[in-house]
Write a protein that binds this ligand. Structure first.
Ligand code: FAD
Length: 447
């Protein structure tokens, strides 16, 4: 049987690919297990959603042979900025659509490939950064026949001249794809030198190395998705963890109180101390430790502080290049075209109708849509839809279908031992928002 005979399916919550050829031996699915043959109670090995939350996925396979012999030009062709999931996805899609076109990938980091959602589960699995890298940047560049400019920053952009300025000099492009992601947003009270941010492999790796060699007191600031997942992972790997947020319960911006309190209890049962409705006034070094002072005057000492206080897209460069910006680089939902000719953007750095959508699932479709546009094949667009939101906390899975509206009432559909299901009344003509805490039968919005 050839590789084309096997199908792949993508998890709508975390982007994991189930490949029939490889199966999932860790959960008892032998290589060659067809998707239809998987039992309904099988769960995504990375995030825990059920089979119902997987969609068919068409993997772009580009081999070195397909691009052998191609000469790499010094200038011109397509330039991609960013070597995260978005940058590499678009590189793969472009190479499959345009085997001959020169591609240059500019990235501030080393460009090594890894699956970012694993960063909030990897401590508990005893993994290191090397374990998480699936392909080095150099190997991926060789396979795709592209030029990788690693450790290189984009510092300026002139769309009218099709010119990009980098820390290694100027590049000309026929088309530009911006995939530079978003950066951690730190409140003034948190000096960057005193806290860890887990948004990239390198940041996570620094924290992981510091935590080796014994139980540490770790303070996680911000109880959004990343903060909750990291707090649980840190507790599961034996550290003493406090999780602190302005909101009275974790995921306070997404969950109603009933659900938020259940999540809080489950985190506390894992050993995470939750401090709600508090605000950090300052963070200082005190000997080998960090001293956190809260606005109510309380003080906390910790060995390590992790800031999970949200992301933002650096706007200065984007605006000075004349690109429209509204909570991210403004793109057309279908074509991923920015407000400048021949400039596209995807992934964490974009906003659609004024909203960012910082999840894995749309990235593959966005990459395909951009490749089609650049290859001139294009009308079928990215068909943007809200991904399933899945909190990868092991103790109490949280699954959300749809985007809740703040202040709108929730109805309890089911509340029993280990399972809570809620629904938020739909806005005119829309699907209801469905929320589930705990393991249960797959829950989907009605078609
Ligand atoms: C801990 C964690 C867990 C997550 N879990 C999930 C999950 O379960 N499900 C889910 O859907 N999503 C999850 N996400 C979100 C998801 O991982 C991101 O949406 C996705 O990885 C974003 O990819 P990206 O390529 O757009 O950005 P990034 O991965 O941020 O990549 C940006 C790239 O641009 C480069 N760059 C930045 N600035 C410049 C510059 N000026 N010049 C050149 N290069 C630059 C960077 O070096 C990097 O290579 C999680 C995120 C985190 C942090």
């Amino acid at each position: 049987m050839s590789a084309q005979d096997w199908k792949q399916y993508i998890c709508r919550a975390c982007g994991l690919i189930y490949d029939e050829e490889a199966g999932d031996p860790d959960s008892g699915l032998a290589p060659g297990t067809r998707f239809e043959a998987i039992p309904d109670d099988w769960v995504c090995p990375l995030c825990g959603v059920t089979k119902a939350d997987f969609d068919p996925y068409e993997r772009v396979v580009v081999t070195a042979a397909a691009v052998a012999g191609q000469r790499l030009p010094v200038q011109g062709g397509v330039v991609i900025v960013g070597a995260g999931l978005a940058g590499w996805s678009v590189a793969e899609a472009l190479r499959a659509a345009l085997p001959e076109t020169p591609i240059t990938l500019v990235s501030a980091c080393a460009g090594d490939r890894y699956h970012k959602p694993e960063l909030s589960l990897a401590l508990g699995k005893g993994q290191t950064a090397a374990d998480l890298v699936t392909e080095t940047g150099a190997a991926a560049a060789g396979r795709l026949g592209l030029r990788l400019l690693a450790h290189t920053q984009m510092v300026g952009l002139t769309p009218a001249l099709h010119q990009l300025r980098t820390t290694r000099g100027q590049l000309r492009y026929s088309h530009l794809v911006l995939a530079q992601g978003a950066s951690p947003m730190l409140p003034d009270s948190l000096p960057a030198s005193l806290c860890w941010r887990v948004n990239h492999l390198q940041g996570w790796s620094g924290l992981q190395q510091r935590l080796q060699g014994g139980r540490r007191e770790v303070l996680v600031i911000g109880a959004g998705m990343v903060g909750c997942e990291l707090a649980e992972d840190l507790a599961r790997s034996g550290h003493q963890v406090s999780l602190l947020d302005r909101q009275s319960w974790p995921l306070g911006q997404l969950l109603p109180e009933l659900a938020g309190q259940r999540l809080r209890q489950s985190l506390e049962a894992q050993g995470v101390r939750y401090l709600g409705a508090v605000e950090v006034a300052s963070l200082q070094q005190q000997g080998a430790q960090r001293l956190v002072t809260l606005q109510d005057g309380r003080q906390l000492l910790a060995d390590e502080v992790v800031a999970a206080t949200g992301l933002k897209v650096a706007s200065r460069l984007v605006r000075s290049a004349g690109l429209a910006y509204d909570n991210g680089i403004v793109v057309d939902a279908d074509t991923l075209q920015t407000s400048a000719a021949d400039v596209f953007a995807l992934g964490d750095c974009i906003s659609i109708h004024g909203r960012p959508c910082r999840f894995i699932e749309p990235i593959a479709r966005q990459a395909q849509a951009i490749a089609r546009q650049i290859a001139g094949r294009g009308s079928s667009g990215a068909a943007h839809q809200q991904p399933v939101i899945r909190l990868k906390t092991r103790a109490l899975p949280v699954i959300l279908h749809g985007v809740p509206v703040a202040g709108r009432a929730w109805t309890v559909l089911e509340d029993r031992e280990g399972l809570l299901r809620l629904q938020q009344a739909p806005e005119d003509g829309r699907q209801p928002v469905l929320l589930q805490l705990g393991a249960g039968q797959p829950m989907r919005a009605a078609a």
